[in-house]
Design a protein around this ligand. Structure first.
Ligand SMILES: Cc1cc2nc3c(=O)[nH]c(=O)nc-3n(C[C@H](O)[C@H](O)[C@H](O)COP(=O)(O)OP(=O)(O)OC[C@H]3O[C@@H](n4cnc5c(N)ncnc54)[C@H](O)[C@@H]3O)c2cc1C
Length: 279
């Protein structure tokens, strides 16, 4: 390795999913009362980046496309150990689908010029397409690996060893840098914020905001104008068929007897979709 590793983590700031409602009149998501958080798998991507920095040195940058109100949430990433955050924020980016989002992120990463590794989460908790990381790699014309469980680095050889989850097993890939890797949620345990870094967080210089003009991309490729897809409708999922439930009451002995009978019934076949239960 001739120079230090520069890892860039794409962080999407999302509404806490349990606080998002549905506006029944417009059939759109109602995020007005939802607090923001870093998309959970992106925390795993950041932990991956910080662990590589702990072992091999280098720098970790954060990048997010979103409105200015996401800055305090990005500062969480800085408090965890990232060195700098870049926010891509402009009305021209609004309404972007995954094509326009990945183009915007890719052009901003290229503007930095020296990024070796782009780490993303596997998917977002709101859009949940998992298309943005492969999109970034395609726009940048560099290798990609998705659903990584582990990312290791061979210092001096400028390549990664990525273990990715596949059906019924694992695949180990040799990935030359620069590359884009998306990591599986829960592939590691994100660290807590470092209280020793809190004093840094008021430093305005740690966050750089870029607009559409800074990226020099034709506006017809950004935001709504550059998005060939749109959400045509929203439907509530049909309720899954209800579980069988029975409230058992009585003395502990009576309850135990009823439970025993129900379990025996189940084992004899009533609960096994017609299959003969053993014994
Ligand atoms: C209400 C709603 C309407 C939408 N309408 C459309 C639509 O009409 N057409 C369409 O194609 N898409 C639509 N989307 C998806 C929207 O375009 C996405 O917010 C955006 O393109 C990112 O895609 P994603 O959320 O599926 O990310 P994913 O591809 O699931 O995210 C994977 C990873 O990419 C990175 N990433 C993704 N977005 C960002 C970001 N903004 N900043 C930094 N890193 C990021 C993160 O590391 C993330 O973990 C909609 C989403 C919502 C919630």
């Amino acid at each position: 390795m001739t120079r230090e590793l520069h890892t860039l983590v794409c962080l999407k700031v999302v509404p806490k999913s349990e606080e998002v409602g549905v506006d029944r009149e417009t059939n759109t998501l109602d995020r007005a009362n939802a607090r923001s958080e870093i998309n959970p798998p992106d925390m795993n991507a950041l932990e991956t980046a910080l662990a590589l920095k702990d072992r091999f040195g280098g720098r970790v940058s954060l990048m997010s496309m979103g409105p200015p109100f996401v800055i305090p949430t990005l500062r969480v990433g800085l408090a965890m150990g990232a060195d700098h955050a870049y926010l891509l924020s402009d009305r021209a980016f609004g309404g972007a689908d995954t094509l326009a989002t990945s183009l915007t992120l890719a052009r901003a990463i290229e503007k930095l010029g020296d990024v070796d590794l782009v780490l993303c989460g596997e998917e977002s908790s709101d859009g949940a397409t998992a298309q943005v990381p492969p999109g970034i790699a395609t726009w940048m014309d560099i290798p990609q690996a998705t659903y990584a469980m582990d990312v290791d680095f061979e210092p001096g050889q400028r390549h990664l060893v990525v273990t990715r989850e596949v059906r019924d097993g694992e695949e180990v890939l040799d990935v030359p840098l620069p590359a884009v890797v998306s990591v599986k949620v829960s592939c590691n345990e994100p660290r807590f914020m470092d209280t020793g870094r809190f004093a840094l967080l008021d430093n305005e210089e740690l966050v750089t905001t870029w607009t559409a003009d800074d990226l020099g991309v034709d506006r017809e490729h950004l935001g709504l104008a550059g998005s060939p897809t749109s959400v045509a409708g929203l439907k509530e999922a049909a309720q899954a068929s209800g579980r069988r439930r029975e409230l058992v009451s009585g003395t502990p002995e009576e309850e135990g007897k009823i439970l025993y009978e129900r379990i025996i019934e189940f084992l004899r076949g009533a609960g096994t979709r017609g299959q003969e239960a053993p014994g």
